[in-house]
Design a protein around this ligand. Structure first.
Ligand SMILES: Nc1ncnc2c1ncn2[C@@H]1O[C@H](COP(=O)(O)OP(=O)(O)OP(=O)(O)O)[C@@H](O)[C@H]1O
Length: 606
């Protein structure tokens, strides 16, 4: 199920984030260097203020002029350095963000489907987008800000100590009250941040559903209902946003108290020094005006803590997903020895095709639930059509996904056999360049043209090859009926093509890859009888002529009858194995299962 949520501290979280994007340390060095320059400039700014105020109060024109020249130079320098820093910061932000997002995306593709199935698309999207961005800010924005403030504080303290050490110590001691107050609010703030992120994810979930199902919403008259649901989630987000804002404002207010309190303290202590003749009025005025350069870094250091807490909360959402992948590499004892490749059409020699698949004592369960597959064993021979059938919910799709390597068996093994039809040479098996394709029941269509959907990321594929594949699966005519033929744009919901047509497009995508092993989940479920028979012919042809090993999950009698071997599953166990004819003659419940399929078909036709 979900990855165990590790109890990282805020700093632990940020450290882990830092190690993820460590290859961009060069940017950090540049930014730290720029932060040092900015801090030095700030000291020049202090000196400019001191000269201007002292010059004015003591009527010293030379001080006024020099203060002005220093001030103008500082402003120009500051502009240049700020422009440089902004560029480097933006670049750094982009690079590290992309790096974390790529990690997350690769984690999605390496995480077993059962684990990802617990997450909503909207939630995962917000983790890749919002959380990755906000978490990254912890390092490349707040982290830099932290370093900048520390350097600034050290330099400002050195400068003020030179001007007036006792007053500087007093003001620092007073300002330190602020972080002590705000750190107390930190834990509460972190909890509120976590809840805010969770409620924002739940809002994104419903938003995705509303956008994905406009037809269903209209046809069921659900506009009011979904609006109500959406509003409910928005209200929840609003409540947590409010709590977070209030807590943040509270700590900011504490900062303001310390600023004003600090000024009063300076005026009081400084006034005493003036009366005792240790300081002149001009010096005190200058100290007061410039003192914010000392107190501001301390305040913003504590404010930064709140920002770190926010980033850490987002970082935990990222790590939760990244840990799913890591968890999977250690959780299962079962094995699956496919090595998949991006082999192109025609590149594979026929004789290199693996000899088949051996499923041995496979058991599987989803998370803590009961076993859905128990001790499944069978062999799918090379160049043969194996059909897996059985009542709804018996575990057919689960088994096919295990064979496809999308999940790993809890126990048992699934192995590709080598040419000698033997499993002895495991090294040979494991390094075999197996070209295997899994076609899910629901055609996956992405935004792009029909041609792009068939090519599906392969390189160096010609338009003719795409057409050959579409002809093979009887998708060509339907494609040509579209306004732009193969150039017609499709959407994830399909656009203007029917469910059956999209299914044939997704099968054409598989054919284009000329697979050694073809795994099909209900490949004809959306087809009319004519297309169903043509596709059945195709599956039989590619097994006999091309030597492709086909394993299909189906309830359709027309495909079951053509199978070289039928694996009949009941309640997660192999009840019997043989040809359709053989199974019908045995006392295994298969005959009544098939009779029910027939009745179902007849009822549908009535
Ligand atoms: N992601 C999941 N998490 C938990 N349980 C699941 C998950 N997917 C499937 N199951 C359960 O596993 C069992 C087998 O499901 P599976 O989809 O493999 O059955 P099936 O034989 O393919 O069914 P059908 O013919 O209806 O498609 C079912 O009881 C189902 O509820």
């Amino acid at each position: 199920m979900f990855a165990d949520k590790k109890n990282y501290t805020t700093l632990g979280m940020l450290t882990r984030l830092w190690t993820l994007t460590g290859k961009y340390r060069m940017f950090i060095i540049l930014l730290l260097f720029a932060a040092c320059v900015v801090s030095l400039i700030e000291v020049g700014y202090l000196e400019s203020i001191r000269r201007l105020v002292k010059g004015a109060t003591e009527a010293q024109f030379s001080l006024l002029y020099s203060g002005l020249i220093i001030g103008v130079s500082i402003v120009v320098l500051r502009l240049i350095v700020t422009a440089f820093m902004t560029r480097v910061e933006t670049l750094f932000q982009q690079k590290t963000l992309l790096s974390v997002q790529s990690l997350l995306l690769s984690s999605f593709s390496n995480t077993e489907t059962r684990d990802l199935a617990h997450y909503h698309t909207g939630d995962l999207t917000s983790r890749v987008w919002t959380s990755a961005k906000e978490a990254q800010k912890g390092i490349n924005q707040h982290g830099i800000e932290l370093a900048k403030n520390i350097i600034q504080l050290i330099l400002a303290f050195a400068y003020f100590s030179w001007v007036n050490l006792p007053l500087s110590l007093a003001i620092i001691a007073f300002t330190l009250i602020y972080p002590l107050v705000t750190v107390g609010l930190g834990k509460r703030l972190q909890r509120q941040h976590d809840q805010l992120n969770a409620s924002a994810a739940s809002r994104d979930e419903i938003l995705t559903e509303i956008i994905q199902a406009p037809v269903e919403i209209r046809s069921y008259g659900l506009a009011g209902y979904v609006h109500h649901q959406f509003k409910g989630r928005m209200d929840q987000v609003f409540r947590y946003t409010m709590s977070v804002s209030v807590l943040q404002r509270l700590s900011e207010a504490a900062g303001r108290v310390s600023t004003y309190g600090g000024m009063i303290l300076i005026l009081y202590l400084g006034g005493m020094q003036v009366l005792n003749g240790h300081m002149d009025v001009g010096g005190l005025a200058a100290f007061l005006v410039a003192s914010s350069q000392l107190t501001r870094p301390i305040e913003s250091l504590s404010g930064l803590w709140n920002d770190f807490i926010g980033s850490a909360s987002h970082a935990s959402r990222i790590f939760e997903v990244l840990d799913l992948e890591r968890k999977n590499t250690v959780a299962n004892t079962g094995t699956n020895t496919y090595v998949r490749s991006d082999t192109h059409l025609g590149q594979l020699e026929k004789q290199s095709k693996p000899a088949g698949i051996n499923v041995q004592h496979v058991s599987y369960r989803y998370a803590e639930q009961e076993e859905v597959l128990t001790d499944i064993s069978f062999e799918a021979k090379k160049g043969k059509l194996t059909v897996i059938t059985g009542p709804s919910g018996c575990g057919k799709t689960t088994l096919l996904k295990l064979i496809a390597g999308l999940d790993t068996p809890v126990t048992g093994s699934i192995q590709v056999m080598n040419q000698k039809n033997s499993l002895k040479d495991m090294h040979e098996v494991q390094t075999a360049n197996v070209n295997q394709v899994y076609v899910p029941q629901q055609a996956f269509i992405f935004t792009g043209t029909v041609e792009e959907n068939i090519i599906f990321g392969q390189e160096e594929i010609s338009a003719d090859q795409v057409k050959v594949a579409a002809h093979m699966t009887y998708a060509h005519d339907a494609i040509m009926r579209q306004s732009l033929g193969y150039g017609t744009e499709l959407q994830p919901q399909g656009g203007t093509m029917s469910g059956g047509e999209l299914q044939r497009i997704s099968l054409a995508r598989a054919m284009l890859r000329n697979p050694d092993i073809l795994l099909l989940d209900e490949p004809t479920s959306s087809q009319d009888p004519w297309h169903e028979q043509r596709l059945n012919d195709l599956f039989a042809r590619i097994t006999a002529d091309e030597g492709t090993t086909v394993i299909a999950v189906t309830h359709r009698l027309s495909l079951i009858e053509r199978a070289d071997q039928v694996i009949y599953i009941q309640k997660g166990r192999v009840e019997d194995t043989g040809t359709h004819r053989e199974l019908l003659d045995r006392p295994n419940g298969y005959r009544s299962y098939i009779a029910e399929q027939d009745t179902g078909v007849e009822e549908q036709h009535e």
